[in-house]
Design a protein around this ligand. Sequence first.
Ligand SMILES: [Zn+2]
Ligand SMILES: [Zn+2]
Length: 131
Amino acid sequence: MQVEGGCHCGVSRYKARGTPQHVSVCHCDDCRRCSGAPFVSWAAFSSTDFESSGDIKAYASSTHAVRHFCARCGTGLYYVNEEALPGLVDIQTCTLDNPEALAPQLHVQAAEQLGWTLGLEDLPKFDRFPG
Ligand SMILES: [Zn+2]
Ligand SMILES: [Zn+2]
């Protein structure tokens, strides 16, 4: 499998090959704050099968975690943590050109999950907007 993705402005891009070691949805507070979203979906590929280009900056979001984002538009792209995930690059799957390509297999850090996310599928749903 090969996947490609990139940021909103198009300057920063990445490619990964192989089978992801896991595809997960993370509910931790660090993911929430860094993304501004209730949770983040991730797919972990071997760092030897990963390459990126463009204008990418790194931010140490905790002692061992380094989050990489486009310096022009701010889109979060991938995460490296040699302590917790040695040899892996965790890609934010909603930045894939085809975000449907890698469906999550599990939830992680559910201890920090926002309670209201449990009921999202039960809310009224509109193809665009109500009215
Ligand atoms: Zn960008
Ligand atoms: Zn997280």
